[in-house]
Design a protein around this ligand. Structure first.
Ligand SMILES: [Zn+2]
Length: 499
């Protein structure tokens, strides 16, 4: 049952995703180094791999183990703590807390395991010892280094030759190294740096070894997917792969998935340009779903150019989708509970489940969402899932949500509308969108006009019409339209929607 096709950086090609064990699909993502407030660039892999996690859960009946680490030992952390005159522990605890708060606001699902590097030093030392035993590492002046030339496949992920690597990277040339390309597994600590005892002296681990140790502990010697931003492919992922190969003699992950970079107004975010957008700041201005929408609006492998215009467009798109949900007469709560029933279901083909909220609507619902099987009896995925299965094509999946919304806006059959609203919520769930009630959404996301104000203007327009003051009535309609609110007079009264 191959459904998902995904681009594998290791083979440089689009491949069918075939898990090692369908009963336990395993995914590892390199998590943040907790030394500074996370920014929108950090959010991209978190959102991309959250969607992949949600998709895998749907495809494999929730049998997915997702590990994302926290790097809480790093020279940048030491420097920042020193500069701010606080302890390393205080700094990493504060940044981790901010990171978790951001994740909740972005609707990122909790991962199965979130190991911290400092709690896994013993596991790192075990792998280092194995590497020395196997001849892939050596001790020199309190350091332990990986012997790059020992591994003939080194460079297989980033497709670089050793000469390219030396020319293109800032390799540290040091007298104790056998070769300039050899990288650090363990290094001695200065007096004020954090240090752990080891047979090589008091020191601390290099960065790459932590992901080898933590993925090995929670996912085993071989797992399905290793993910991260493109910038991690070399040297971080290349070195992780080398370490696991040297220690365990096998390829640590079958599929290596990398997301593209993020630019702001076509420029790289940097301190010197002063264009770093912290998540904390942007989440004060916009709902997390708007940020999610922006980050999913480009294909994950492409560079995403963040602009104010994309943020505004994403907000408008979400207003349109939430506006479609309002058309349903089953009300917010019914729609939300239907989504919960969907989300919690164990079955992949949840689209065929019976309606839980509307007896009269059942026929229409089955009509709309029924065909989960084709003539040969195999499952047919919904368009949103099909889009995501085609190398996680999130722009296509978003378009499919708008197609459902179009049908809702065009339909005059309330049963069909209810069924489509149910479908819209459940399909959006795999993208982590439309998770709020409509009331909450419109109370918080209509710039300059809240719902009570809209209702007041609609009543005023009714009164104006009753006293035949059509000029005032038209004026109110035009004012609402200026605020992207469209009103329509129906038999049941005046309804409005965001456009
Ligand atoms: Zn890593």
């Amino acid at each position: 049952m191959n459904k998902l096709r995904i681009y594998n950086s290791l083979s440089n090609s689009l491949e069918d995703f075939i898990p090692i064990d369908e009963k336990n699909v395993r995914l590892y993502l390199c998590g943040p180094t907790v030394y500074a407030s996370p920014h929108i660039g950090n959010a991209r892999p978190l959102i991309v791999f959250d969607v992949l996690y949600r998709l895998l859960k749907r495809l494999y009946n929730n049998n997915v183990t997702y590990v994302r680490n926290i790097t809480d030992v790093d020279d940048k952390i030491n420097a920042k703590a020193k500069a701010e005159n606080i302890s390393i522990g205080e700094l990493t605890a504060a940044v981790t807390e901010e990171f978790h708060k951001n994740l909740r606001l972005l609707n990122v699902l909790p991962v199965t395991h979130e190991p911290r590097a400092t709690s896994h030093i013993a596991e790192m030392l075990e792998i280092i010892e194995r590497l020395i035993e196997n001849g892939y590492a050596y001790e020199a002046e309190g350091h332990v280094l990986f012997r790059v030339k020992k591994l003939s496949q080194y460079g297989m992920l980033s497709k670089r030759s050793l000469d390219d690597m030396i020319a293109g990277s800032r390799v540290e040339v040091a007298a104790y190294k056998e070769d300039p390309m050899d990288f650090v597994l363990w290094k001695p600590s200065e007096a004020n740096d954090p240090a752990w005892n080891s047979k090589y002296g008091a020191g601390r681990p290099g960065w790459h070894i932590e992901c080898s140790a933590m993925s090995h502990k929670y996912l085993g010697e071989q797992f399905d997917i290793h993910g991260g931003g493109q910038d991690l492919m070399f040297p971080h992922h290349e070195n992780e792969l080398a370490q696991n190969f040297g220690a365990f003699g096998c390829l640590m992950a079958k599929y290596w998935i990398h997301n593209g970079m993020l630019l702001v107004d076509n420029q790289k975010m940097s301190k010197s340009l002063g264009n770093i957008i912290s998540l904390d700041d942007i989440l004060k201005k916009y709902d997390g779903e708007v940020i999610r929408y922006v980050l999913l609006s480009a294909h994950y492998q492409k560079t995403l150019n963040w602009t104010d215009q994309i943020v505004t467009q994403s907000l408008q798109s979400l207003n349109r989708l939430y506006g479609a949900l309002r058309v349903s007469n089953t009300g917010d709560n019914a729609s939300v509970s239907a989504t919960r029933a969907f989300t919690n279901s164990d079955s992949v083909s949840t689209l065929q489940i019976a309606p839980v909220y509307n007896e009269e609507g059942s026929e229409a619902l089955m009509h709309v969402v029924q065909p989960p099987y084709n003539e040969e009896g195999s499952e047919v995925l919904s368009p949103v899932l099909q889009g995501l299965c085609a190398n996680l094509n999130t722009p296509l999946a978003l378009k499919c949500l708008h197609d459902i919304a179009d049908k809702i806006y065009k339909s005059s059959d309330q049963n069909e509308i209810n069924a489509l609203c149910y479908l819209l919520r459940s399909e959006a769930d795999v993208l982590g969108l439309l998770q709020k009630s409509c009331d909450f959404w419109f109370k918080n996301n209509l710039s300059g006009m809240d719902e009570s104000e809209i209702q007041r203007l609609i009543s005023e327009r009714q009164e104006a019409k009753a006293r035949k003051d059509f000029k005032r009535a038209d004026e109110i309609r035009a004012n609402l339209l200026d605020s992207n609110i469209q009103i329509e007079d129906t038999k049941e009264g005046t309804v409005w929607r965001s456009i």
